[in-house]
Design a binder for this molecule. Sequence first.
Ligand code: KG4
Ligand code: ZN
Length: 343
Amino acid sequence: MKEDQYILAIETSCDETAVAIVKNETELITNIVASQIESHKRFGGVVPEIASRHHIEQMTITLEEALDDAGMTLDDMDAIAVTEGPGLVGALLVGVNAAKSIAFAKQKPLVGVHHIAGHIYANRLEKEFEFPLLSLVVSGGHTELVLMREHGSFEIIGETRDDAAGEAYDKVARTLKLPYPGGPQIDRLAQEGEETIDFPRAWLEDGSYDFSFSGLKSAVINRLHKANQRDEYLKPEDVAASFQASVVDVLSTKAFRAAEEYGVKQMIVAGGVAANKGLRAALQKKFKDSKTELLIPPLHLCTDNAAMIAAAGAVAYNQGHRAGWDLNANPGLDLELFGARKK
Ligand code: KG4
Ligand code: ZN
């Protein structure tokens, strides 16, 4: 009988220090996330230098907590996986060096993981993948439609030409003077508001699966400035609802059209913005009678965590991918190239 396999993963690409253990590719054993949000709030966004320092402080504590929670030791692990990119270089370096140190000290294989591959694979902790599948990746740094024909292979069929969806949320939230991170705040306000303002939707040229959110972001900011100059009161709930309606309309419509065109078995939603109530509801409605199965991860697997890195890392490990001792943080790591280099 094949022995159980345990992968320990580390994620430090942005403002969460996270360690998780996954058994046999899909079974979550522990998932510890130390968030730094409180430290970055007063600056209205993530300050890279502060993020790196926090990762250094939290790294060993988080690792110990994960092992304690699992009742396991590093010797029980089959491999160590780590986010090597994309993300903030100083933040990534902390995780990469921690993973290298553990792997070297314990003589365990080391696996580098692409952060977005992780977001996608978070879904596999809930439900087995069926190919071909499409993933709508919506995070603070990425907005992409990714086609997967098999494990570990990623083809980007559409992506944002400017701001990521989460970035637009955070910038609009800042203009509305809402605390960081703004996405959940706007989402909450939007539930209480009405779509009273007709903000633009960037459909782009016919058939394109690319996205653009900077025009929408500017339209919201301009409308708020204009209201300010005229002493006109705009209900923040209505601004949030109108902005969210535009984002959700474009994301869900393009995702559905792509699913039909590519005849995929599953549509997988991934990344922090997958936590958005409006987006979840719109996608559920669109895919209700579709042959394509819609998978949306539970909230704790939407935002950054290491369980997703362990899930993607386990697949990379079983496909034979190994990183050397020269593994480095790669802030601009390309998803398609990451998938291709394993074969
Ligand atoms: O995936 P993630 O945790 O980090 C990155 O890899 O970027 O995504 C963070 C982004 C932030 O922009 C945050 O505002 C957004 O996800 N976000 C949301 C919601 N929850 C988090 N955006 C809209 N609605 C939400 N409920
Ligand atoms: Zn992320």
